[in-house]
Design a protein around this ligand. Structure first.
Ligand code: GAL
Length: 648
């Protein structure tokens, strides 16, 4: 794992402002303590105002001003915003939604990842950009596109997607010559059911607008195909940039966007980054009670940011940034309050505590026109300072005194699997049941015990380095993964729903979970409406989901009716339901005690995170709290050396 320096930056749009203020903007960024500036990611209409006619003069000048002022530039490729003339040239490049409606020009991300003509235009503009700036000394990093998946744009049901899906399927079910093996596909999908059998690949449509649910196997393959399309779309750009530049390449991922496999995409990038909007997410992306939302309305959820920091640290194989950090009220959530004074600083330090190399604020100045005019910046539209600026300045001074991120390995890990998310969303088997919520609630329960957590992909190969590993809801688990977990030496808690389907989305026989050496079988599964919780003997309930277990393995948890709720063989455990917070807390605390992980039952809103050398406490609560002999004011960030290590 890599030791890196902490740094700050901002997102800037020179094309939105008069060139006369570029210089003073750059100087003020430097004076604030920022060292990075990201530009360019939406500027296609100004870079290529007419087909094939490029205008680099303004960008040359902007980069030069920013660079000579002392800033390092992250240059974005503009492919999230194809200009109007391009849409006129390639009208069928527009994405199509699940209802078959064509998405229109007039905002952004109006393209289908599968459209070959659009991909060629992207390759062309990225080539021109990379050729021109690939060796520019001020360009220190690149960003591809902007937020793949934002505004629900990963999945498209266009004609281009349909043809590409058929090609993808032929490769997946190879047959003689160029034609795939349609019988193999029919068998894998179980198409004998309802006479859904195909004679050839040209007959296969996309799984929307079917009379009732499409076949889940068909649907899952479509979701995998869609994910691969995002990955290959991105790779076109990274291949080109690498031909012209040695700079690291990032993409800015999002909060709770799970409809493409970020681990696959991240394999083609040098840095993972994500866009963190804690107050917007609390209102618009988190499953929580109204009381929780009210309590944290000006602070954000105490675990949501941390979860994504840990996820994207894994996606970036250790290298990650926050590319966009909320600096004040945003424009897009159902309610858009201002953060408590001190939260912008807290969010920034929390990212660093989880290993971020850089945090960039979105945006430098609030823009008075167009869709985001109600989105704050570090500056107001008249260039006066907005409240976020002084907090950024303060962090800049503070990191001068603690410049290094020294990553450490956590003792607890959670496996996160995008393919499992696809399967859950296709077959939730109950209202409001999502893979993300199950994983996030596991994470929350672990954090409430003061644990630092690593998130791992299924193929991390690092299982032996952990004491406790959670594998919630991983619908398909390969035999290899099962064997690795069984052999790794950690205590592993698998379930619910884990290993319940084959790779093709069929119920396996022998019945799930079929874990090595664990004589436990799920014989029946049920989803539960609110209020139907299954009480557990030692406290708490299963909610949402309950699986009936049979077998001779040791029972470690029972329902109050005496039915097995968790069974184990050695360190391998199968958990047969979705625990409520009380049950999660108890089950995890017991597991930690058994493997010797220290726990800290934290008061609500207080959170703890350790790097290799430092221990950080964050108070998300709007009130002063005391714990461990320390007092934490609202928005407090307390940094101390990990006991037994020298301070930085
Ligand atoms: C992000 C996006 C930015 C801006 C921001 C507003 O999702 O990448 O371009 O729209 O949200 O909060």
């Amino acid at each position: 794992m890599r030791t890196a320096r902490r740094s700050l930056g901002c997102c800037y749009y020179p094309e939105h402002w008069s060139p006369q203020i570029w210089q003073s903007d750059a100087e003020k960024m430097v004076e604030t303590g920022l060292t990075w500036v990201r530009i360019g990611e939406f500027a296609w209409s100004r870079l290529e105002p007419q087909p094939g006619q490029y205008d680099w003069t303004w960008l040359d000048r902007a980069i030069n001003i920013l660079g000579t002022a002392g800033l390092q530039v992250v240059l974005g490729t503009p492919t999230a915003t194809p200009p109007r003339w391009l849409v006129d040239q390639e009208p069928d490049m527009l994405a199509v939604d699940i209802e078959g409606r064509v998405r229109k020009f007039g905002a952004r991300r109006h393209y289908c990842f599968s459209h070959i003509g659009y991909r060629q235009h992207c390759a062309r503009i990225v080539t021109e950009l990379a050729k021109r700036y690939g060796s520019n000394r001020y360009i220190a990093a690149w960003q591809t596109d902007n937020e793949y998946g934002c505004h629900d744009t990963t999945i498209s049901y266009s004609a281009a997607a349909r043809s590409a899906f058929q090609v993808w399927l032929r490769n997946r079910y190879p047959g003689p010559g160029n034609d795939g093996d349609i019988t193999a596909l029919n068998t894998a999908w179980g198409n004998v059911f309802w006479s859904m059998e195909y004679d050839n690949f040209e007959q296969i449509d996309l799984p929307n607008l079917t009379v009732t649910d499409a076949n889940p196997s068909h649907h899952l393959e479509f979701r995998r195909f869609t994910s691969d399309q995002v990955v290959s779309f991105n790779k076109v750009q990274t291949d080109i940039i690498r031909r012209h530049s040695a700079g690291p390449i990032a993409h800015n991922y999002m909060g709770r966007i799970t409809d493409f496999d970020h681990f696959d995409l991240g394999a083609d990038l040098d840095i993972a980054s994500w866009d963190s909007y804690p107050l917007g997410f609390l209102e618009d992306r988190i499953t929580a009670t109204e009381a929780h939302k009210e309590k944290f309305a000006r602070q954000g959820d105490p675990d949501f940011q941390a979860f994504h920091h840990d996820l994207y640290r894994a996606v970036g194989r250790g290298r990650w940034w926050v590319m966009e950090q909320q600096p004040g009220p945003v424009n897009w959530a159902p309610y858009n309050p201002a953060p408590l004074p001190g939260m912008v600083r807290l969010w920034t330090w929390e990212a660093f505590a989880h290993g971020a190399e850089a945090v960039c604020y979105f945006r430098w100045r609030q823009v008075p026109f167009a869709q985001e005019q109600m989105h704050s910046g570090l500056l107001n539209p008249d260039s006066s300072e907005a409240p976020g600026l002084s907090e950024a300045r303060r962090v800049a001074q503070e990191i001068a005194a603690a410049p290094t991120v020294v990553p450490g390995r956590a003792k607890t890990a959670i496996i996160f699997d995008y393919d499992a998310d696809f399967s859950w969303s296709i077959q939730p088997h109950g209202q409001n049941m999502t893979y993300f919520d199950l994983v996030f609630e596991s994470y929350r329960a672990a954090r409430a015990l003061g644990l630092s957590i690593d998130i791992l992909p299924h193929n991390s190969g690092e299982f032996a380095n952990y004491k406790l590993i959670l594998v919630p809801g991983m619908i398909h688990m390969s035999d290899r993964l099962k064997a690795e977990l069984a052999a790794g030496g950690a205590t592993v808690i698998i379930g619910p729903r884990s290993a319940s389907r084959t790779q093709d989305m069929q119920i396996p026989v022998p019945l799930p979970p079929n874990l090595p050496g664990l004589d436990a079988t799920v014989t029946q599964v049920e989803s539960l409406r609110p209020g139907m919780g299954i009480a557990l003997e030692k406290g708490g309930h299963f909610q949402h989901y309950y699986e009936h277990l049979a077998g001779a393995a040791q029972v470690t948890e029972r329902t109050t009716q005496g039915q097995p709720a968790m069974m184990c063989a050695g360190q391998l455990h199968y958990l047969a339901g979705w625990p409520d917070p009380q049950a999660f807390h108890r089950i995890l605390a017991t597991a930690c005690a058994e493997v010797g992980i220290a726990t800290y039952p934290l008061p609500e809103g207080l959170r703890l995170r350790e790097t290799k050398t430092e221990r950080f406490w964050f108070n998300y609560a709007a009130k002063t709290q005391t714990f461990d002999g320390k007092t934490f004011a609202p928005t407090a960030v307390l940094r101390e050396p990990v006991p037994g290590t020298p301070s930085q």
